[in-house]
Design a protein around this ligand. Structure first.
Ligand code: CP
Ligand code: NVA
Length: 314
């Protein structure tokens, strides 16, 4: 496996390896501090980022390398140089490229035309690095035995909903996504991919439109912003209205199991998708989850650059 372009690129064995390594990097951040010695990792972002950018730059430094951050309009891509040509150029300098942008097809094109690992740091369709951080955090809460547990995401059927379904499927989990449906439902292609993976791993996939049924007896209640980067501003009012019943508040949390946790990839909007009481409450694991963005990106870089991930066999 050369690239991490989408969550479904990972096999269950790859995820196991990455989660175990990330857990080690959580305890010993400098365990592999010469792995990228004298090497550079490019980080190219055409959307804003707090966590992914800082986690990536820190992860590279912890591996002994140097990050090169490139903001959206800095490259000649904006002046018509092709993605394919850019991919070949970056391959000549850096040992890996972490890319955050809009179109998944642009990330795929970088992967197809580069000789270095390309890592998806969020697209409109997917957010694979986030899900690894989420599952390290889930394991810290519940261990590896997740039989009988239900992992629920409520809110917009966006990149996070897709990634939640896919990674849940890889983990063999009972995953639930509840959205208002219609244009807010997760993409059919993402749901079918998760179902295809679930058929091999024994996972159970549920896509619902009832937030209470989704929250009932869940071990994890996860949500994300309602307005994602790139969403049309003119749709804000209608979107927030449609999503209002999916807000995570104490009433929804009270439907979950007694040892449940609340998760959010962040950034959060208190009073919109989640109440302050829940996100700042005792069941919230958001700070640990955010911390693991660094440990997991460090693990991805470590294993991908060494060619140690096998890729999926779905
Ligand atoms: N969760 C996440 O990707 O955060 P940033 O947008 O700040 O990178
Ligand atoms: N769905 C959000 C996730 C941010 C990490 C977005 O794409 O803006």
């Amino acid at each position: 496996m050369k690239d991490l372009l989408r969550t479904s690129d990972l096999s269950p064995a790859d995820v196991e390896l990455l989660l175990d390594t990330a857990a080690q990097f959580a305890v010993k951040p400098f365990l592999a501090n010469t792995a990228l010695a004298n090497r550079t990792v490019a980080i190219y972002m055409t959307k804003p980022s707090t966590r992914t950018r800082l986690a990536s730059e820190t992860a590279v430094a912890h591996l002994g390398g140097s990050p090169i951050f490139i903001r959206g309009d800095d490259l000649q891509i904006g002046r018509g140089e092709t993605i394919a040509d850019t991919a070949r150029i970056i391959s000549g300098y850096a040992s890996a490229l972490i890319i955050r942008t809009f179109k998944q097809s642009d990330v795929d094109e970088l992967g197809a035309n580069s000789t270095i690992p390309i890592i998806n740091g969020l697209t409109d369709d997917d957010h694979p690095t986030q899900l690894l951080a989420d599952w390290v955090t889930i394991r810290e809460a519940f261990g590896k035995d997740i039989a009988g547990r239900k992992f629920t995401y409520v809110g917009d059927g966006n990149n996070m909903a897709h990634a939640w379904l896919t990674m849940g499927a890889i983990m063999g989990a009972h995953v639930v996504v509840a959205t208002p449906g219609g244009s807010y439902a997760p993409d059919i292609s993402a749901v079918s991919k998760a179902q295809e993976i679930a058929a091999k791993t024994g996972a159970k996939i549920e896509v619902l439109t009832d937030p209470e049924a989704a929250a009932k007896d869940a071990s994890v209640l996860y949500t994300d912003v309602w307005m994602s980067m790139g969403d049309p501003e003119e749709e804000r009012v209608s979107k927030l209205k449609a999503l209002a019943p999916f807000a995570v508040d104490k009433k929804l949390m009270d439907l979950t199991v007694p040892d449940s946790i609340f998760m959010h990839c962040l950034p959060a909007h208190r009073g919109e998708e989640v109440s302050a009481e829940v996100i700042d409450g005792e069941r919230s694991v958001i700070w640990r989850e955010a911390y693991h963005r660094r440990t997991t990106i460090q693990a991805i870089l470590y294993h991908l650059v060494r060619g140690e991930l096998s890729g999926n066999t779905y």
